[in-house]
Design a binder for this molecule. Structure first.
Ligand code: NCD
Length: 301
């Protein structure tokens, strides 16, 4: 029998069965499993949908929720990130949700967590964003039948994307064989991507042929190792911005995803973002369900 993990730091923490259990749970009515429990959202980086959806998910499971935003906190007075965690942990917290611009901060917290405390990674640097991957898998499953038969393309600034890294791991766990990554060379350069066992494409025409799902990514301006010149940005738009012409290369019933926030006109045109193939706001709605399912799964419920 497998043991339920206590923390969710990476998709690697989950077996295929764990992932399927969470996806099933997300589709079922949830009990108030977090009644009398405390969830603290520690956000050291800007966020709209992830923070709000964790807050709503925790409240809908009956928890008391406290939101911490770095801008209004003692880290401004020089407190270390670990001391911030130890401080909130000392107040009898049960779940700590953390987003940080540095890779590995959720793992650092997990190392110092008391036995009853679960740490959930809500995005660390360029590393992982496992709950985003779970809500993405949930959204795909609501539209498509067998994961193993799907062709899925992830497009744009993949090298710097924690969403891409977690999505690829989750898709591989679900045995998707045809995972394509599309972008200009400078967005495909990273060690993890070279080792990821996916197909790399530098043009949309071949990359999008016959795909069932397209996941567009935001250009991670705050994390770029390669800063785009004005000319490169124009070339990026011309070659990779998802518009009606490029989408016509994909399968007829393709779904278009984006984790948000979107840069309309750079990664995706407004007619596609608001068009009939887009499931972007369904992803947002699924974010609450997926995070409820993750929190109750980690509580062993
Ligand atoms: C993503 C993130 O912060 O990693 N957004 C999100 O959580 N929905 C993607 C991004 O910022 O580009």
């Amino acid at each position: 029998m497998s043991v339920t993990p206590r923390h969710l730091l990476s998709i690697d923490d989950l077996s295929k069965q764990d992932l399927l259990t969470i996806l099933d749970k997300a589709q079922q009515p949830q009990q108030s499993v977090l009644q009398h429990k405390t969830v603290i959202n520690l956000f050291f980086e800007a966020s709209t949908r992830t923070r709000i959806s964790f807050e709503l998910a925790a409240k809908r499971l009956g928890a008391d929720v406290v939101n911490f935003l770095e801008i209004a906190s003692s880290t401004q007075k020089g407190e270390t990130v670990l001391d911030t965690f130890l401080t909130v942990q000392a107040m009898h917290t049960d779940v700590v949700v953390v987003r940080h611009r540095e890779n590995g901060i959720p793992a650092l917290f997990a190392k110092h967590a008391q036995p009853h405390v679960s740490v959930i990674n809500a995005g660390d640097g360029t590393h992982e964003h496992p709950t985003q991957a779970i809500l993405d898998m949930l959204t795909i499953r609501q539209h498509k039948k067998n994961f193993s038969d799907l062709s899925i393309a992830i497009v744009g600034d993949v090298a710097n994307s924690r969403v891409a890294q977690s999505d690829i791991k989750a898709l591989q766990k679900l045995e998707v064989r045809d995972i394509r990554v599309i972008g200009p060379e400078y967005f495909l350069k990273s060690d993890w991507l070279q080792q990821a066992d996916v197909s790399l494409f530098q043009d949309m025409k071949s990359g999008l042929t016959g795909v069932d799902v397209v996941i567009m990514l935001r250009i991670q301006k705050e994390r770029l190792s390669h800063h785009l010149s004005e000319k490169e940005q124009q070339e990026f738009i011309q070659h990779f911005c998802l518009d009606a012409n490029k989408l016509a290369i994909a399968n007829k019933d393709v779904i278009v995803m984006h984790p948000g926030p979107m840069n309309r006109g750079i990664e995706i045109t407004s007619d596609i973002a608001d068009g009939k193939h887009a499931v972007i706001f369904q992803q947002v709605a699924n974010g609450v369900l997926a995070r409820m399912a993750v929190m109750s799964f980690l509580q062993g419920k």
